[in-house]
Design a binder for this molecule. Structure first.
Ligand SMILES: Nc1ncnc2c1ncn2[C@@H]1O[C@H](COP(=O)(O)OP(=O)(O)O)[C@@H](O)[C@H]1O
Ligand SMILES: CC(=O)N[C@@H](CCC(=O)OP(=O)(O)O)C(=O)O
Length: 304
């Protein structure tokens, strides 16, 4: 090989970087909210990749804000403690004991794990929950009709399940402007002083709306929203989402996820993307290359 014909593998790397250039220019200074689902936290390698992606975003001038879940991890802890738990339309029925366990797992072990991974990837993160600095004021979710497939009695009281009714973004701004990546556990406090367990998708959507995020990513353990045949739906708008809810294509944990995406794009977030967290660096591929992955939800249908 002469000095005029560089190694093709090296050239490909340079091309990847130049392909990223317009995206780097477009997104510098913008806020990206990333919801990191409990199912996407599978193995340590994926957790390391995720942390590297978040640190890279910060390094190129984007402000990432991480909101995490931990449903499966709460489930394992409840099982160890011999506490039963039920879901209604993707939300965990939460009595006082379950609320305590949820807070311990979410704001305790998972939150600090993620902070640790980001630190190891060379970033600086601070882990908080919706209770810190009055970030999220929560209100009890009303009684709900369960999914008919779950065969649970109608009009269930979900207990200490909350939804965000106000987000005070100042703590996020303070951390972000100090070069720190905020990592947020989905727990909030009510005006009644109770601690509320908040679905992590819902929490992330409220944060994305309050931040006027340019992009909102939800990392999970499926390729995105699938149709009845199991094929990936690459782009959806609110009208199509309503059809898929009505005909039973979207069920269980995908309900809060997709409803959050719709609410986010209707309240000013440019686009929300449901991504497969099992794919290494799924987020970087979505942001910096022309090969978008997952399901993109936007106010108006787009070609992908
Ligand atoms: N139409 C659909 N397309 C994709 N997944 C769906 C659909 N309907 C229901 N689901 C379920 O939603 C799950 C994702 O939600 P969830 O388990 O709560 O993830 P996470 O823990 O990442 O928030 C999928 O694993 C799948 O079982
Ligand atoms: C009310 C409610 O359902 N809260 C969720 C909070 C965690 C969560 O949403 O985690 P994932 O994103 O990993 O599913 C729960 O208790 O499981």
């Amino acid at each position: 090989m002469t000095s005029h014909s560089p190694d093709p593998a090296l050239l490909a790397k340079a091309e990847t970087l130049t392909e990223a250039l317009p995206y780097l220019q477009r997104y510098a200074g913008k806020t990206f909210v990333v919801k990191y689902g409990g199912h996407a936290m599978g193995d340590p390698e994926l957790q390391r990749d995720f942390a590297e992606d978040v640190v890279l975003l910060k390094a190129v001038g984007i402000n990432p804000v991480v909101v995490h879940g931990g449903g499966p991890q709460i489930g394992s802890m409840l099982k160890r403690l011999g506490v039963e738990s039920q879901f209604v339309n993707g939300l965990r029925v939460t009595d006082a004991e379950t609320a305590q366990v949820a807070e311990m797992v979410l704001a305790g072990s998972i939150n600090k794990d993620i902070v640790g991974w980001i630190g190891r990837a060379g970033g600086r993160a601070v882990g908080i929950s919706g209770k810190d600095a009055g970030l999220v004021l929560a209100e009890k979710v009303g009684r709900m009709d369960p999914d008919p497939l779950q065969g649970i009695e109608r009009h269930v009281d979900l207990g200490f399940v909350g939804e965000p009714i106000a987000v005070d973004r100042r703590i996020i701004d303070t951390l972000s402007s100090a070069g720190i990546i905020p990592v947020i556990a989905p727990v909030g406090i009510g005006a009644d002083g109770h601690t509320y367990n908040i679905n992590a998708d819902t929490m992330a959507g409220a944060v994305a709306a309050a931040m006027g995020a340019a992009r909102f990513f939800l990392l999970t353990d499926v390729a995105g929203v699938l149709d009845k045949q199991g094929d990936l739906l690459t782009a959806l708008d609110p009208a199509r989402v309503a059809e898929l809810r009505a005909d039973g294509t979207i069920t269980g944990g995908m309900i809060p996820k997709i409803e959050t995406c719709v609410a986010a794009v209707q309240s000013g977030v440019d686009a929300a993307v449901i991504l497969d967290g099992r794919i290494p660096h799924a987020m970087l591929l979505e942001i910096f290359t022309r090969r978008g992955a997952g399901t993109l939800v936007s106010a108006r249908a787009v070609e992908r």
